[in-house]
Ligand binder design. Structure first.
Ligand SMILES: Cc1cc2nc3c(=O)[nH]c(=O)nc-3n(C[C@H](O)[C@H](O)[C@H](O)COP(=O)(O)O)c2cc1C
Length: 307
């Protein structure tokens, strides 16, 4: 089976998770420059914005990077042509069926990794012809499925079910998590929350400070129209107490729709702050390149010392 780093063209088998507007071009470039795979989150871009973002990143690095297309975004199919014209070679797809997007992408010669929350959806993704899956456990930040499995339960079951590349996501924030993912059978990892707490992530200062101050039990899963999502238990969440289920879902859905603006503003305590549950374990803001090198090098050393 091809190695994840070969598929991506990177030094380390580490993918930056799509992070909405937090995924600044500087963050994508820093991850790729350090040997990881930076990822443009296309959710808040149009085709022209995507083209400009790709050019900005190319001015900062000549290393490979990719993009994420969400199936629920009606603009995603239009992005495929831009990605192909600009020479993007690997794309992750998420939040819905991979069928249409993966065939459009693969017709253009672009490789596809689809994000899945369960072994059965991993099987469907394989049947749709994807090159691999990112299996994402319920610890992860942002959207997830109802009754999400933890990463520890999910990865071995996906690995046993599908004979394609499996990348682990959800709760991985250091070298121990990297090594554990490989021991569970994954061939690569995807980082989300760890990369929000970097110098280059576009989150407001207050957003980053709120995550730095978060304790181990300070996240929760909120109801939202498209599916549940994990977020920080802050004043915004306290304000949902006492609302009926429908009203709560509506309020969270509206906050989610505004997320890519509010994440850039210093109003984190009163807004939706999407984060994974590993926020409580991360105690410093670092340059993204340092995070990638540290996890890649120390993770490999841990695996070697245990073999
Ligand atoms: C703020 C935020 C925004 C996200 N946006 C997206 C997105 O646009 N598309 C997607 O596929 N995943 C998205 N995710 C999920 C991440 O790409 C990643 O898989 C997840 O954060 C991994 O779990 P971790 O946070 O525990 O590392 C988002 C996660 C967060 C925290």
């Amino acid at each position: 089976m091809e190695k994840v780093s070969e598929l991506l063209g990177t030094r380390y088998p580490i993918i930056m998770g799509a992070l909405g507007a937090l995924a600044s071009p500087e963050l994508v470039a820093a991850v790729s420059e350090a040997g990881g795979f930076g990822l443009i989150a296309t959710i808040s871009l149009d085709a022209e914005g995507l083209r400009e973002t790709i050019h900005m990143i190319r001015d900062m690095t000549d290393k490979p990077f990719g993009a994420n297309l969400m199936a629920l975004n009606p603009n995603s199919p239009q992005m495929v042509e831009v990605l192909a014209k600009e020479g993007i070679e690997v794309v992750t797809t998420s939040a819905g069926s991979p069928k249409i997007l993966s065939s459009l992408l693969q017709q253009m010669g672009i490789k596809v990794l689809h994000v899945v929350p369960s072994p059965s959806l991993a099987m469907k993704a394989k049947d749709a012809g994807v090159n691999g899956v990112v299996a994402e456990g319920g610890e992860s930040g942002g959207m997830q499925s109802a009754n999400a499995l933890s990463t520890f339960c999910l990865i071995p079951q996906v690995v046993d079910k599908v004979a394609i590349l499996v990348v682990a996501a959800g709760g991985i924030f250091d070298a121990r998590g990297y090594a554990a993912a490989f021991m569970l059978g994954a061939k690569g990892v995807q980082l989300g929350t760890r990369l929000i707490l970097t110098e280059e992530a576009a989150a407001s200062r207050e957003y980053k400070l709120a995550l730095l101050e978060a304790g181990p039990e300070d996240t929760c899963v909120l109801p939202m129209q498209v599916g549940p999502l994990r977020a920080l238990s802050n004043a915004f969440v306290q304000g949902l107490e006492g609302l009926g289920e429908d009203e709560k879902r509506q309020t969270v859905t509206e906050a989610w729709a505004r997320f890519n603006q509010t994440v850039l503003q210093d109003n984190a305590m009163n807004s939706l702050v999407m984060t994974g549950s590993c926020a409580g374990a991360i105690n410093e803001i670092l340059p993204a390149g340092e995070v990638i090198r540290m996890i890649g090098e120390e993770g490999e050393n841990l695996l070697k010392s245990n073999s």
